[in-house]
Write a new protein. Structure first.
Length: 91
């Protein structure tokens, strides 16, 4: 008898670590005088239970900051490194 589960069943039994983004802190760091700097966006998850730092390209940083401002509730998947913006306010 083969005790192995089908691959699809194994995937549905995986657990994901999803945390709520409760605070966001954005910063910019100068690299060389007169040269482009680097952005970081620190996600504080579940009121400080965990954190994660994003290092986006400048264009992506601007878009992310806009989305954080529009989202009523934002979640972060720790395993897949995905930011999910829920209930976006429409302008």
């Amino acid at each position: 008898m083969d005790d192995r589960k089908p691959q699809a069943e194994q995937r549905t039994e995986q657990s994901y670590t999803i945390r709520e983004v409760t605070h966001v802190q954005a910063s910019w760091t100068e690299q060389e005088r007169g040269e482009p700097g680097k952005f970081t966006i620190q996600l504080i998850l579940d009121n400080g239970v965990d954190e994660y730092v994003l290092r986006p390209h400048a264009d992506d940083a601007s878009t992310l900051i806009d989305l954080f401002g529009l989202g009523i509730r934002t979640m972060f998947d720790m395993d897949r490194k995905v930011v999910m913006f829920g209930n976006l306010k429409m302008k």
